[in-house]
Structure formats: C-alpha cells, structure tokens
Write a protein that binds this ligand. Sequence first.
Ligand code: FES
Length: 162
Amino acid sequence: MVEDELLKGKVGEVLDSYKGERKDLIPILQQMQASFGYLPRVAMIEVAKFLCIPGSSVFSVATFYNQFRLNPPGKHPIKVCLGTACHVKGGERILESWERELGIKVGETSKDLEFSLERVACVGCCAMAPVSVVDQAVQGKVTPTRVKGILLSFQLEKEKQE
Ligand code: FES
C-alpha cells in the first residue's frame, strides 16, 4: 500500500537518529507518537525490526503505558479527567456517558474519525470537577446530560456546514 510505504519512509527518518539499542524503545515510540499523533501498526513493526526484538515486545510496551495511542486521534479529541477530585465527583460515570454516547471505548476513535476518547490525570481545574477537555476547551461540572449537549452542539455545527 502506498500509504504504508510513505509511513515507513517517515519511520525511517525517526529511526535514523538512533543506534538500534533496546533502551531506545520508549524514546523511539514517544517520537513516533509525536510525529504521527499515535503509533501506527506498520511503525511498530518497523521499530521491532530496527531493534531486533519481537513485534509483540513493542506492542506490549505500547499498550502498557497510557501515554501511547494505538488509534489515530479524532478531529475532536475528548479527554476525561480521572484525577482524584474528578474521580470523587463521578468521573467514571462521565467517562461511561462519553463511551455510550459516542459508541466507542476509551482509547478508541469513532469510525468517522470525528471523536477520540481518552482518560487523563488531573488537568489542574479540580474546583470544576468532574472535568472533560473537549478539543482544547475545559468543560467543568460535567453531567451525562451535558455530555449529550456537547455532542449535540457538534452535530448542529456540522449540519450548518453541510
Ligand atoms: S482531578 Fe480532575 S481537574 Fe484535578
């Protein structure tokens, strides 16, 4: 696939600055994520070849750390805070609301690539708990109804543009 070839080229550019030592795995993955916004499967396979380790080792590191995404980010990334204050104020319930309304699980991206959902630690607005960050905007005192309202406003905005 042409896209895969392009991706491999870009991966090669990242790998050029490393010597192929096992200890470089995490820094390489971090750099890949910074370049692509997530860790494409093809990129992880190339990293495994470069470091002479099994692909499963790269995959298990990528899935172990929350900082790595395995799916491309959506056009509108949604981050649900599950820091202590937000957890106490029902952050899990809010995360479930997002999952239900979007039809995706945390860490996933909707099929139309409009939304992606992730959990984050404290975003520094504890007084507004429970907090979700939608695009770059902090939404405080989020309720399941508010989740529906936010998504409805995106839908209306999209319909206006069509
Ligand atoms: S714990 Fe959520 S903003 Fe601090």
